[in-house]
Design a protein around this ligand. Sequence first.
Ligand code: TXA
Ligand code: MG
Length: 333
Amino acid sequence: MSSPAPIESYAELLKQGNLVVFPTETVYGLGASAWNPKAVQQIFKTKGRPGDNPLIVHISSIDMVKQFTDQVSGRARTLMQKFWPGPLTLVFPKKPGVLDAVTAGLDTVALRMPDHPIALQLIELAGPLVAPSANKSGRPSPTRAEHIRSDYGNSLPLIDGGECDLGLESTVIDMSVNPPVILRPGYITAKQIEEACGFHPEMATYSASDSSGPKSPGMKYTHYAPKAKVEWLSTEHITLLNASSDNSGSLIVLHSMDNPVNQPHKGLKVMHFNSDYRRLAHQLYDCFRKADFDKVKRIYIEPFNDELIKENQPVEALQNRISKATGSRSSQL
Ligand code: TXA
Ligand code: MG
């Protein structure tokens, strides 16, 4: 089935235990009913997702929270009221009936209310939906319908909502521990959380040598990577690019510095975001996928100034996703 079928028909598919790809404000999600164990299993199979990586349950009203947890702190309630619907996922101690397949056997469950009319209507009709980013495991998250088709062909029912507004996955904060910690940085920053409820959440970190395992299973997987090799741009790279007679396999992504490579570029591709970090977030995954399509072999990305992270920009989330794409595992999920 392809758009524009009525949304009710997609809700019907979900209720019958099928998967449906739908848009959210962050990235496209691969949805299944949160109460159907077979459908939830099918998500892991379809994505090629490791079974120990739990799923986020998407809800359309604060009232739905109580189906999944009965331990909502005052702080958590404040965050829901302030940021939902929106790109913030809250992790709670789960109620006993919540499917093990959803939480990958953890005693916590992640909940989020997406800020997208199609997603909200679909959940309203079909009930709570688990929805990981709809990419094949290990690929960049999809922000356009064509990204889904490139990973799965036309094999999945897909609601085409155009380009996702934000382009990076939600902030994940663990409210089941005291003090709460950020497991994955996203659009909602630690500073915004502090302004909303008076505490500054720290980032959880994970290193592969950590024997107790990560706070969140997703932390240990390399994600978001294109086939091209991604590296933070360094002075050594600039020297090499300047010395090379053929840079046609390389792309540099800049946001503040002028192009540091001498003219002519010798085939070098350059993307400049002119300090527009929202635009960079919006386009990062599309840029990765286009680079693969254009047979780019190496992507060099200008590192971020630490000062920027303190501002309300998606810079910390960008830094996290790009570090993941470089293959570094010692960062958040
Ligand atoms: O923006 C988003 O969050 C998108 C859209 C589709 O809503 N979804 C998304 O889902 O990014 P996914 O599955 O790609 O990433 C969810 C992350 C995983 O890394 C997982 O480890 C973590 O959230 N997670 C889920 N449940 C958890 C739990 N109970 N405790 C700790 N981490 C959890
Ligand atoms: Mg994902």
